[in-house]
Design a protein around this ligand. Structure first.
Ligand code: 13P
Length: 250
């Protein structure tokens, strides 16, 4: 059966010293509890190797992106093999900030997913509609298309290695969370789209996380929904106490 997962996405925050400190704090806090979910932190590239050196196997580590090429003359890019060589096991792909600010298309994301899977990295693949699409009622179709375009060339076996994260763009960093019912409606829809392509077993085994202004005060209500299998946490992951408040919502 699918796993419950709480993953932090630190985005472009923390210096190396601050990030290593935060990772150590989360690692210590996790030792003291019997977490009912997998816990992952996704950190800036510059922090990966150092953070890998200070955390235990109980805490998963991921990158926030990887390149759409394997190696070569791509100045400033970081490849999936480079990410994997740090000890990271996860990589966030398709975050709306990458799509919006860096022009990442479904074609590019398809390549990134394949390169990540070749390195045995687990992609945390993000999907979600913008406010206009929520308001004009096309949000279910928009998310269906994002999944179909970037992921439906995968074999069932490879699709089964993914974690999905539904992040309504209008809820990211805005303090405006989707209601638990809005999240459940979309998560159930996503699961039915997966079932339509790969069958019920693959769909039932896929962890679908919610992201967008998730915090200790609303996590429990969201995680109680049958198709919400955890969270991808931005701002609240930058503070150990609030991140742990979300982890313990399970
Ligand atoms: P916030 O939790 O800051 O809204 O960010 C969500 C997010 O984008 C996680 O990837």
């Amino acid at each position: 059966m699918r796993k419950n997962i709480v993953a932090g996405n630190w985005k472009m925050n923390t210096t190396l010293a601050e990030g290593v400190g935060l990772a150590k704090d989360v690692n210590e806090a996790l030792k003291g509890i019997d977490a009912k979910c997998d816990v992952v932190i996704c950190v800036p590239f510059t922090h990966l190797a150092s953070v890998a050196g200070v955390i235990d196997s109980k805490l998963g580590l991921g990158a926030e992106n990887c390149a759409d090429h394997l190696k070569g003359a791509y100045t400033g890019e970081v490849s999936a093999p480079m990410v994997a060589s740090t000890g990271a096991k996860y990589v966030i792909l398709g975050h709306s900030e990458r799509r919006q600010y860096y022009g990442e298309t479904s074609e590019i994301l398809k390549t990134k997913v394949n390169l990540a899977l070749e390195e045995n990295l687990t992609p945390i693949f993000c999907i979600g509609e913008v406010l206009e699409e929520r308001e004009n009622g096309t949000f279910l179709d928009v998310v269906t298309k994002q999944i179909e375009e970037a992921l439906f060339d995968l074999s069932a076996e490879d699709f089964g290695k993914l974690i999905l994260a539904y992040e309504p763009v209008w809820a990211i960093g805005t303090g405006k969370t989707a209601t638990a019912d809005q999240a459940e409606e979309m998560h159930a829809h996503i699961r039915s789209v997966i079932a339509g392509k790969y069958g019920k077993e693959v769909a039932d085994n896929c962890s679908i996380l919610y992201g967008g202004s998730c915090k200790p005060s609303n996590a429990k209500e969201l995680f109680e929904k049958p198709d919400v299998d955890g969270g991808l946490i931005g701002g609240a992951a930058l503070d150990c106490a609030s991140f742990m408040g979300i982890v313990t919502a399970f």
